[in-house]
Design a protein around this ligand. Structure first.
Ligand code: GLA
Length: 744
């Protein structure tokens, strides 16, 4: 029996162009029955009394609201032998069955052809969000060519949406190129390092029989000029046991993205596989040896609340920290740079920090503002959702905290936030108990704090969370007290099932109510807990989120790692921007850079390198919380370069907190301008087109002074003085992020 998952689509995460014929569509209506009985997989079973259901939409939306448990889908199909006859490589028949929530077993004519798309684990393990593709040898005797066949799918759903939905539905014979995985890899290109660019290409065959003989073509093109800067063709032979690997090295003229086209031409079949990627490149310079103080210039605390703040500093170790003007109730660890203690009285306390190492000394003020507001600048941290989804665990959170401490904290990153999936039930006293993946929340929190970081948690005002776990409904005081006892510093509070208990057509007061309740509970505990609301931007929350005591609120639905989602969210944030003030932020959702996947399987972000520069630049211009959504244990140099640019992060952390406004929208060029506290402006010029843009922008159309000094923030390079206008070259979906200072 052959039950392999098709890995091809998972690995080719770049802009892959593979067109596959869908020979027989099996979308549309299937027979359906809830429950689970032996014999339902049998081809001879009479399903005429079963109802019909559409695949492509969860069963909850088709008359089975709230149903969790087993259910079966059945479909009669005639598989024409023409499918087999027309392919060159007569090896494998493939069944695409969309995505299934949560687990599945698939039978063809009573014969099990696969379970959970080849992943280990029983049907209840739940591999939702993953494409289901099952393969059978064309010679398999269970296939009844040109006759009636029965596909029967046994589905298990544990909570929320269930059934066969999203994705492709079809039966096809795989041909030569369907068996090839073409995988480029290698370090991102950094011009500052002066090294030639090296990249490896691997060709892997999943065919057990075929010997691939052909040619691999590689072509690098400068997207601005169209000039091919590198081209190579090599013979490439490979088979199932012997992948083909080739490493190419080429010096590149500039630090910008190049398009790389790959194609493999197979001699015997004449078929061709093509794929393209935009080369990842690093703009952020390497940290200097001399110390540099990062992070915000202001830090909010509440009277009496315990303080733990690690001063973020880059530079060679060891460092020594000193602070003049330190109030007697605060303590500074002179080696680690961690401030602890508390302040009893409201007021502003300005410390003059001096930090030294073998390469130099740096000084800067840090103002601690003791009052009712915390999180005076947007939170910088990580959240488990965009990578691990509901598969988050203690172990994964610790690994993220370790990576943050080692690689990001010096640039100001500090929150390690657990999203949905940690909860279990309430005990006899009504206290929330974490599930088996989190053996001891207090110990986990101690672990994160010992690294100088902070820890966040997630809940819902409703009876259950969006993932179907226990929410805080009618246990708000108790939960806030539990979080404080565990040492929690951040709460994401997600509307989810609150709709079930809210009035049918909620008024504005109804929309605010559950968030006020939790705020009152949080106020009863003597701990600074950043309060982050998630209700997807309903009821124009940006107009009232601050008034219910929130530090941030989602302005949109969930983000995903594609340009449509990113640009649809990011470039529409101008309406809500005017409502942002220190401690009250719009949250356009978490970052989709690095390895994401909503768990358990991860892939590289499907955004191109330039789209990722756009993502970070725009979020910083918007004064948005930056919550990294990727697997932190697999941070590559490109992603680190995106996250650790201190001049870019300083735009986000600017103490004035004046989100950018869109000042120009001309022919797919958008310009967003943000006022900074030093009187200068951060300016993002975004090219929304799929081709590079060369143009000249006038300072007046960007609302800038007629004579100005420009600095490229990603490259951290001065560009000089300009009068009246500035010539720009911006990559497809890319950005130029400038700091503009008036020249007197
Ligand atoms: C909602 C939120 C997500 C995430 C999930 C968890 O969809 O918008 O960010 O928290 O719930 O179930």
């Amino acid at each position: 029996m052959l039950t392999r998952s098709l890995v091809l689509a998972i690995f080719c995460t770049l802009s892959v162009v593979i067109v596959r014929a869908q020979d027989l569509s099996i979308g549309g209506e299937w027979k359906f029955m809830t429950g689970d009985q032996p014999g339902w997989e049998d081809a001879a079973f009479n399903d005429s009394a079963w109802k019909t259901i559409r695949v492509g939409a969860p069963w909850e939306r088709q008359g089975y609201a709230g149903y969790d448990g087993f259910a079966w889908y059945r479909r009669h199909i005639v598989i024409p032998s023409s499918i087999r006859n027309k392919v060159f490589l007569k090896e494998t028949l493939r069944f695409d069955l969309g995505k299934i929530e949560d687990g599945d077993e698939v039978y063809l004519n009573g014969f099990l052809i696969g379970r959970n798309a080849g992943l280990p684990g029983d049907i209840k393990a739940g591999f939702k969000r993953m494409e289901r593709s099952y393969l059978l040898p064309l010679s398999d005797p269970h296939i009844r060519w040109d006759n009636d066949n029965v596909l029967a799918v046994r589905v298990w759903n544990g909570r929320r949406n269930g059934g066969m939905y999203e994705g492709r539905y079809g039966v096809s014979a795989m041909d030569v190129t369907d068996f090839i995985t073409l995988r480029p890899s290698g370090a991102a290109f950094r011009l500052a390092g002066g090294k030639p660019f090296t990249r490896k290409v691997v060709l892997i065959s999943s065919s057990e029989k075929y010997l691939f003989r052909g040619r691999l073509n590689i072509r690098l093109t400068d997207p601005f000029s169209g000039v091919v800067v590198f081209r190579q063709t090599i013979n490439a032979n490979f088979d199932h046991n012997r992948p083909f690997e080739y490493t190419y090295i080429t010096p590149l003229p500039e630090s910008k993205s190049y398009r790389i086209d790959y194609s493999f031409e197979d001699n015997k079949s004449g078929q061709q596989l093509t794929m393209a990627e935009d080369m990842p490149y690093i703009l952020t310079p390497i940290d200097r040896a001399a110390p540099r103080i990062n992070g915000p210039e202001v830090y909010g605390v509440r009277p009496g609340a315990p303080i733990q703040y690690k001063i973020p500093v880059t530079g060679q170790r060891p460092l020594t920290f000193q602070a003049a003007g330190l109030p007697p109730t605060l303590h500074l660890d002179r080696q680690q740079g961690i401030l602890t203690g508390s302040l009893a009285e409201k007021g502003s306390y300005t410390l003059q920090l001096t930090i030294k190492n073998g390469a130099g000394t740096v000084t800067r003020d840090l103002t601690i503002v003791c009052g009712e507001k915390i999180s005076l600048t947007p939170a910088l941290g990580w959240n488990s959702w965009n990578c691990w989804g509901l598969t988050v665990s203690d172990e994964k959170v610790r690994a993220s905290a370790d990576a943050m401490a080692a690689k990001l904290a010096d640039h100001g990153w500090s929150y390690v936030n657990i999203d949905d999936g940690w909860e279990d039930k309430r005990d006899a006293q009504g206290e929330i108990v974490p599930n088996g993946k989190f053996p001891n929340m207090k110990k986990l929190s101690d672990y994160v704090h010992a690294l100088g970081l902070k820890i966040g948690i997630y809940s819902s005002p409703g009876p259950t969370t969006c993932g179907g776990y226990m929410g805080s409904y009618q246990h708000e005081d108790q939960d806030a007290a539990t979080y404080a006892r565990w040492g929690i510093d951040y709460l994401k509070y997600d509307w989810c099932s609150y709709s079930e208990v809210a009035p049918k057509s909620p008024t504005l007061e109804d929309a605010k109510f559950p968030f006020i309740v939790m705020k009152q509970s949080l106020d009863k505990v003597h701990r600074d807990i950043v309060y982050s609301l998630s209700q997807y931007g309903a009821a124009e929350i940006w107009k009232w989120g601050g008034s219910v005591g929130a530090n941030s609120w989602r302005t949109t639905g969930d983000i995903s790692d594609n340009w449509g989602s990113l640009s649809g969210i990011g470039f529409r944030q101008d309406n809500s921007a005017p409502f942002v003030t220190p401690g009250e932020f719009n949250d356009p959702d978490m970052l989709v850079v690095g390895k994401v996947g909503w768990g358990p399987l991860l892939h590289n972000s499907r955004l191109s390198p330039d789209e990722q520069f756009t993502h970070i630049s725009l979020w910083c211009l918007l004064s948005a919380p930056l919550l990294i959504g990727c697997d932190m244990s697999q941070l590559d140099d490109f992603t680190l370069g995106l996250l650790n640019n201190d001049e870019v992060l300083a735009v986000d952390q600017d103490r004035l907190v004046r989100p950018a406004s869109k000042v120009l929208n001309r022919d797919s060029l958008q310009v967003w301008v943000k006022e900074l506290s030093d009187g200068s402006k951060a300016v993002g010029l975004f090219n929304l087109k799929t081709v590079p843009l060369k143009t000249t922008v006038s300072f007046s159309e960007m609302t800038l002074p007629s004579s100005a000094k420009l600095r490229d923030l990603w490259r951290q390079q001065d560009l000089g003085r300009y009068r009246d206008s500035f010539p720009v070259r911006i990559a497809a979906h890319g950005v130029l992020l400038l700091k503009v200072s008036a020249v007197k």
